[in-house]
Design a protein around this ligand. Structure first.
Ligand code: N01
Length: 544
């Protein structure tokens, strides 16, 4: 279409819908499918030009699943399970994006997705019990149901350095990687940030960059991914086991395939403990984090011993003892922040062309036209990559002006931290549902997404069937959920550490202190609570 056609097409388009979904990532795509199944006239608004959300935006080199591919796709469609073959146990971003497109095409989703459409505001209209959704270009839509599918980690954050725009070379955030890519072969490259994104990018870029300088603030505990290709026979076997795999995921604490060992680490001898940890360290994926003794997450002494075990692995792998010590976290124990999975990450620091800079010792003072100036040195770069993370969990909600009953904004509602009902509804925001909202499901995202979408679709289905026009959680139900989330947060070492999971991002104003932003209980318990709402006849909701 040329722009005139486009304008005409848009002028003729419908503006009233039964349901509007914000986002066409894994959440939005499945939500669209389910609402269409209910016979609702549904539109998904997507800021990007394609589907996939996280897997559309995060095109940085090395981006891939950290969870087993065959546990990380959709489980709801037999045909797709039959047709799609994963080529690696931990698939790379290009393959995942192809998968998202296959799903969208197979289910004919794209005809109901409006791309290039970033939502600026969503206002509840009391008199008509509708939501008015406005895009950044001023286009307006009206809908009965509003569903947010805007992601937990979808708002990239840049450090507050002076001079970012002065840099004359190429620069980019990992979460906003350009489609055409960035040429870093034979170039002098800087990476700032060593979270899961930075680590995946660093180990890839180090292969071909002329030089790579890693600016690390706080190191993370990383363990080997042990990725491998999936042969045709293996894929056939996986396919045959899909029902069993997905069923198993429903039984584990965070829906991963790994199950915590019910024993305490202190129940076994030192020898047995180390042997178990050696086995887990050699096992692909999150086993050492999600399949360890259950008390690695709660018992300080156990956590200390495990941290020491992993620290020794780093010392074995990094040749220069000083560099090894720089790479070992000293301010938090193993698994208390998201554990990045790596492939020869530590060995990168044995390469002559790689240098590690500890920015807590020699802080970055500013970005210059030619590179980076720290308190100690002036560096020259061709490329600067910001792997500096995201405004997690509530970030995407803060980007949109949500206004509920009585003109109260979501920002006001959540000024002292988010309050939700089962992470999917908000008091005084009628008929608004959140897939993967704060205080809801986390862990293995596609499993949690499918659960959330199914629950939301069941509530909406019930409303449609019963002629209910309005649903909002009762204030006491929201309070009770908040107390439950607070109770579940107790005793977990991870909640004593700064990370996006505890609501901290130093690059975002107002996120300097820890808050209660996520649900830390188990997934089975979470799902049981959600199920009880439905089987109990929706007592927690006000219907009208
Ligand atoms: O972001 P992060 P991420 N100066 O917040 C540093 C998921 N994910 O994009 O630790 C210097 O973890 C910051 O330092 P510090 C996964 O859930 C999944 O890497 O705050 N440094 C940190 O090192 C993950 O948890 C996959 O001291 C600065 C880094 O930047 C989540 O996304 C792959 C700085 C940010 O790390 C986020 O990961 C990738 C500054 N001013 C990500 N500001 C999968 O495999 C920040 N940093 C599926």
């Amino acid at each position: 279409y040329d722009s005139k056609d486009k304008a005409a097409r848009r002028a003729a388009e419908h503006t009233e819908y039964d349901a509007i979904i914000i986002g066409a990532g894994m959440s939005g795509m499945y939500q669209l499918y389910r609402l269409r199944e209910l016979g609702l006239n549904t539109l998904a608004l997507e800021a990007g030009t394609g589907v996939g959300g996280t897997w559309y935006w995060n095109k940085y080199p090395g981006a891939r699943f950290d969870s087993e591919s065959w546990s990380y796709g959709y489980s709801f469609n037999e045909e797709i399970l039959k047709e799609w073959s994963w080529s690696e146990h931990f698939a790379g971003q290009p393959e995942i994006q192809r998968y998202c497109n296959l799903v969208a095409d197979k289910l004919d989703l794209k005809k109901d997705i409006r791309f290039n459409s970033r939502v600026a505001s969503a206002r509840y209209l009391e008199e008509s019990n509708r939501w008015r959704v406005t895009l950044t270009d001023g286009t307006e839509f009206v809908t009965r149901y509003l569903i947010t599918a805007i992601g937990l980690l979808s708002i990239p954050t840049m450090p507050r350095f002076e001079g970012v725009n002065d840099f004359k070379g190429v620069w980019c955030h990992t979460g906003l990687w350009p489609k055409e890519g960035i040429d870093y072969d034979g170039k002098r490259v800087a990476v700032i940030g060593t979270g899961a994104s930075g680590i995946q990018a660093i180990q890839e870029i180090a292969k071909t960059a002329k030089s790579l300088t890693v600016f690390q603030r706080r190191p993370n505990w990383c363990t080997p991914l042990h990725n491998a290709p999936i042969s045709t026979e293996e894929m056939e076997d996986i396919r045959a086991r899909y029902p069993e795999i997905f069923k198993h995921c429903q039984t584990t604490a965070a829906c991963f395939i790994h199950t915590h060992d019910p024993r305490s680490a202190l129940d076994v001898s030192q020898e047995e403990r180390i042997a178990f940890w050696e086995k887990l360290y050699a096992t692909p994926g999150f086993g050492i984090w999600q399949g360890n003794f259950h008390d690695i997450h709660t018992n300080r002494e156990v956590n200390r011993q495990l941290s020491e075990f992993v620290a020794d692995k780093i010392r074995e792998r990094v040749k220069a003892p000083k560099v090894a010590e720089m790479l070992i976290p000293k301010d938090h124990g193993f698994g208390t922040r998201r554990v990045p999975q790596e492939t020869k990450y530590y060995e990168v620091f044995n390469q002559d062309n790689v240098e590690l800079i500890a920015v807590l010792e020699t802080p970055i003072e500013r970005i210059t036209p030619t590179g980076i100036r720290t308190s100690e040195r002036e560096f020259e770069f061709d490329v600067i990559i910001y792997a500096t993370g995201f405004d997690g969990i509530t970030g995407a909600f803060n980007q949109i002006e949500f206004e509920g009953r009585n003109g109260r904004t979501l920002r006001e509602e959540w000024q002292h931290g988010p309050t939700t009902f089962v992470g999917m509804m908000v008091k005084d925001f009628p008929n608004m549902f959140m897939v993967m909202g704060p205080h809801g499901a986390l862990g293995n995202q596609p499993r949690s997404i499918e659960h959330n979408v199914d629950w939301i679709s069941r509530v909406i289905g019930h409303m449609e069937q019963q002629g209910i026009e309005l649903a909002a959680p009762k204030p006491e139900a929201v309070e009770e959920w908040h107390d439950f989330v607070a109770e579940k947060a107790k005793g977990l070492l991870a909640n004593e550490v700064d990370s996006w999971m505890t609501g901290v991002n130093m690059n975002v104003q107002g996120k300097e202190k820890r808050g209660l932003v996520r649900y830390s209980g188990t997934a089975p318990e979470y799902r049981a609570r959600c199920e009880a709402v439905i089987s109990g006849g929706y007592e927690e909701l006000d219907f009208d």
